[in-house]
Design a protein around this ligand. Structure first.
Ligand code: H2U
Ligand code: ZN
Length: 362
């Protein structure tokens, strides 16, 4: 299937594409980007952050928002239970089942994970071994929470445009008893495909996309691409090419190569508009409910909101009421991202930043 010329056939006019992973459709209407835009402009992100910010509730040694807890003077990564957690392990148990009215109590936990003590860094600007440390942390936290909860959602909101509350490089993990909507959709689609074909949907999908117009980067372990069914303008996925179901399954080599692929992608994102690129990203890994799921394949989604440097895409109107719609094709987005990734590589590593605690008073 590699380099299948059918990969290159792009329907020229408005068309709908099928999302095989969620069993959904979306509308693609290229050339609409030329329409005038008089709407909201996103503020450009603040430049030149300090390595340490005394008012940041995630920086080492600082006091958190509620004013009672102090962060340790951590030197690598740091994990804590979210002070405003949306899920609690010991909340009251109950359910409602009255005709069409149904509700169930939900238990879980929410953690915040700081990727670095440095306030001014981001995954895109960290050294590969530091990104590898974050990969290990994601895997270790998943293994621990997977012992207690059925669904473990590792994610990162980056940038004000995505609602991130703080530029300090951090992500979150929410773990709970229930399988949420996206988990159920992807589980059903992957299971159906496996039952019909005896193979993994996403491994087959990766084979079909390798060498094609939507590939951004690949190695023996990973494929980075703009999915055929991308809804957000510069939406991407990282798909494991070997049968890994969850982050703890990853071996040493695939963790190292993941750190490299992540860096390539994120530096390309930052290069696209020459500004820190906002996104929501997260890992989809097999549920930890003890059910054997040979069909499930580990992957990450990146959902960046921007269409242009200061113009974000809103999923409103037709998108909310009928189905998602995109203006630039996945192939065009991939071409632009590939160019940005190549340019970022040719620039070499970003400048090495200053000493960590230089401004952090004892
Ligand atoms: P976001 O930037 O993605 O919003 O994540 C920050 C999280 O950190 C957010 O969920 C938590 C918020 O509840 N938080 C704390 O747990 N303690 C604090 O002192 C401030 C923010
Ligand atoms: Zn900070």
């Amino acid at each position: 299937m590699t380099n299948d010329p059918s990969n290159l056939i792009v329907l020229p006019g408005p068309h709908r594409r099928y999302n095989a992973l969620t069993d959904d459709w979306l509308l693609v209407s290229a050339a609409r980007t030329s329409r005038p835009w008089l709407g909201r402009q996103e503020a450009p992100p603040a430049a030149d952050l300090p390595a340490y910010d005394p008012s940041c509730y995630l920086c080492p040694g600082n006091t958190r928002a509620q004013g009672t807890v102090q962060n340790p003077r951590y030197e690598s990564t740091f994990v804590f239970t979210n002070d405003f957690a949306a899920l609690q392990p010991d909340s009251p148990v109950g359910s409602i089942n009255q005709g069409l009215l149904r509700a169930e109590s939900e238990h879980g936990t929410c953690r915040v994970i700081c990727f670095s003590p440095r306030h001014d860094l981001s995954l895109s600007r960290m050294e590969p071994d530091q990104v590898r440390t974050v990969v290990d942390l994601w895997a270790d936290q998943t293994a621990e929470l997977g012992e207690r909860f059925d669904w473990v959602q590792v994610f990162e909101n980056r940038g004000q445009a995505m609602g991130a509350s703080n530029p300090h490089p951090h992500g979150q993990i929410w773990a709970g008893d229930a399988l949420p909507r996206e988990a159920l959709r992807e589980d059903a689609a992957q299971r159906r495909y496996f039952e019909a074909n005896g193979r993994s949907l996403l491994i087959d999908y990766a084979k079909q996309e390798i060498g094609g117009p939507r590939e951004l980067a690949s190695d023996d372990d990973w494929l980075v691409l703009v999915p055929f069914w991308a809804a957000w303008p510069f939406e991407t996925m990282i798909v494991a090419r070997r049968p890994f179901r969850c982050l703890p399954d990853l071996d040493d080599r695939s963790r190292d190569s993941l750190a490299d692929r992540l860096k390539d992608l994120l530096r390309g994102y930052d290069g696209l508009f020459e500004a820190p690129f906002p996104y929501s990203m997260g890992w989809h890994q097999a549920p930890f409910d003890g059910v054997d799921r040979p069909y499930w394949q580990l992957h990450a989604h990146f959902y960046p909101p921007l269409l242009r440097e200061t113009v974000r895409k809103f999923m409103v109107g037709y998108e909310l009421l009928s189905e998602p719609q995109r203006d630039i094709t996945a192939e065009e987005a991939a071409a632009r991202l590939r160019t940005a990734m190549m340019a970022a590589k040719s620039l070499g590593p970003p400048p090495v930043a200053v000493e960590l605690h230089s401004q952090n008073p004892d």
